[in-house]
Design a protein. Structure first.
Length: 585
């Protein structure tokens, strides 16, 4: 028998670190216990790594009120990425590499370097001192903004003179007269506003501000703007470029729509959003001796709609099913329908007749041609094609007979195992006491809620130590399904979480909700499970299955089929009690 990479990894961990404690590397999730495989991987890697040499990490003292700043990365012979942490967020916080001062005092800034190559992870610390806020104001002078005329180009402010070292930022009191980005002033209208130059606290100097009045004179002449029209469009037409109006000014044109539900404008490009009427305004900026001005144009978008199409679902088929005729979708459009298959190796379409060629998942797309005011549109119908079921049976060591089913070339039990002995005839202990169950490190079984009657229908619940017992849990010539075999089954039924309904028994006899199709005849039943603490849960809601594949020293891979048909893979504590399905060797 081949041993999976995950099982080898688990054995290596045991060899290197000894027996794992029951509480090690497990995290409770929804009443189940999950491993922290990252810790195991890190422990393995650590045995071969060397410590890096990290130097040159200092953080200069600051005063409260100074601006956030970037930490300087330490020097290291490792290429591992650095992350940073403050020992006291009341003094400093760190986001990425940026440190923000939050209070006065002393804290430690840690630079943690991740493991990389042959180097371990390591950390270097630096003391960071924040003094009280500076009270000395800098001497800020010489700040003036020259008078401009509306239409003049953007210009850069000249920084004031100051004996302080803090950086200057600039604020306008009226964005309708001027806006500021960095130190660049853009004129937006005639009038006056105040420009404030704010110097940040730095060193022994506090924050301070100096102000200057900025006056923008009005342009002299109104331009003559004409010839701005927009032709009527129909919904579904592509985006188009506006034609610039005619003007005796050289000012740049910008455009704006009155209603973005009908049309949007980016630069000169108009994109249609809905049928209706809106106004597009062309704004010309002031230039030379000309003022800013605008002109409007009415824009009409005629309706062109997506049709409303409904289509009956296509039932799943078998590979030996005959060809069948597709039902015509119902649509508000009169356009003709054509049909295509997503995979011609599985099914082909000639006209509206589908012919099946092989097993798998297939999607038939019905595309309706554009007609009248309606766009070309399509609707999809997925369906599955399964091989004809091949059934049989197998008898375990206790003489119990189980139904079997061939799925994707593998012969599976179609019922959960309920053997009370291993292959060699050794009895499997049936443990009923919760505290005893939770501490087991050897194989054991249980009946849901300690009721033996449930096992006759739903099978036994086994801990993973029974699954992995060298005396073998499965009947002769069979084995407990591996994680890889479950993954292949998952891919075969569709490969998405919602495809679990193909494995789920139909109806509500053994499920709280009737969502299963059981198209594979796998016939999963909601037998619940036994938690690692010995308590029982999810009867009628979950069908849970062990694999023979370990995840860590304390956990193994399993598959959970939820009542809504959701199938998911999980790493679970080996003390958990799950159902078992076997596969023929």
């Amino acid at each position: 028998m081949k041993i999976s990479p995950n099982a080898l990894s688990a054995c290596l961990v045991l060899f290197l670190f000894g027996c794992a404690k029951n509480s090690e590397n497990i995290t409770p999730i929804a009443g189940k216990i999950l491993p922290d495989s990252a810790k195991i991987s890190a422990s393995l890697a650590a045995t071969a790594l060397v410590k890096p040499t990290i130097t040159n990490f200092t953080v200069a003292s600051k005063r409260l009120g100074e601006a956030a700043f970037a930490l300087v990365k330490p020097t290291s012979n490792s290429t591992g990425a650095f992350t940073y942490k403050s020992s006291n967020v009341k003094i400093a916080t760190i986001s990425g590499q940026t440190l923000t001062i939050t209070g006065v005092g002393t804290c430690v800034i840690s630079a943690a370097q991740a493991a990389a190559g042959n180097f371990k992870a390591d950390t270097i610390n630096a003391t960071f001192i924040v003094k009280t806020a500076a009270t000395q104001k800098p001497t800020v002078t010489g700040f003036a903004v020259p008078v401009k005329t509306f239409g003049d180009a953007a210009f850069a402010l000249t920084a004031p003179k100051s004996n302080g070292i803090g950086a200057f930022t600039y604020i306008t009191s009226n964005a309708k007269v001027a806006t500021i980005t960095g130190s660049t002033v853009t004129i937006t209208g005639a009038g006056s506003c105040t420009i404030s130059a704010c110097q940040a606290a730095a060193g022994d100097f506090a924050r301070d501000t100096v102000k200057a009045t900025f006056t923008v004179k009005a342009s002299a002449t109104k331009p003559t703007i004409t010839a701005f029209t927009i032709p009527t469009k129909r919904m579904g037409d592509p985006a188009f470029a506006l034609t610039k109006p005619t003007s005796n000014s050289t000012g740049v044109f910008t455009y704006k729509t009155s209603n973005t539900a009908f049309a949007t404008v980016s630069g000169t490009i108009v994109t249609l959003r809905g049928a209706g009427t809106c106004t597009i305004t062309a704004y010309q900026a002031a230039a030379g001796t000309f003022k800013a001005d605008s002109i409007k144009a009415t824009f009409i978008i005629a309706p062109y709609l997506a049709p409303n199409i409904t289509w009956a679902t296509i039932p799943d088929k078998k590979t030996n099913s005959p060809s069948f005729t597709l039902a015509t979708p119902v649509s508000s459009s009169k356009g003709a329908f054509t049909y295509t298959s997503s995979n011609v190796k599985i099914a082909t379409v000639a006209g509206n007749v589908v012919t099946i060629h092989g097993p798998g998942q297939c999607v038939i797309t019905a595309t309706q041609a554009a007609n009248g005011n309606y766009l070309q549109w399509s609707i999809k119908a997925p369906f599955s094609i399964y091989p004809p079921p091949v059934t049989g049976s197998v008898t375990d060591v206790d003489g119990i007979v189980y139904q079997t089913i061939v799925i994707n070339g593998k012969t599976w039990m179609a019922q959960n195992l309920r053997a009370t002995h291993y292959q060699d005839g050794t009895a499997i202990p049936n443990v009923t006491v919760n505290t005893q169950w939770s501490t087991l490190t050897t194989g054991a079984s249980a009946d849901y809620s300690n009721n033996a009657a449930t096992s006759r229908t739903y099978g036994k619940l086994y801990n993973w130590f029974a699954v992995n017992n060298t005396k073998k849990l499965a009947p002769k010539g069979w084995h407990v399904a591996t994680d890889a075999e479950w993954a292949a089954l998952y891919a075969y039924v569709g490969g998405t979480q919602q495809d679990g309904s193909d494995l789920q028994e139909a109806g509500t006899t053994h499920w709280q909700v009737a969502l299963g199709t059981n198209s594979t005849l796998f016939t999963a039943l909601a037998g619940g499970y036994r938690k690692a603490d010995g308590t029982y849960d999810s009867f009628g809601f979950d069908a849970t299955f062990w694999t023979s594949t370990a995840s860590t020293t304390s956990a193994a891979w399993s598959w959970d089929l939820y009542v809504k048909g959701y199938l998911s893979r999980e790493a679970i504590s080996k003390n958990t009690g799950y159902s078992v399905r076997c596969v023929k060797d």
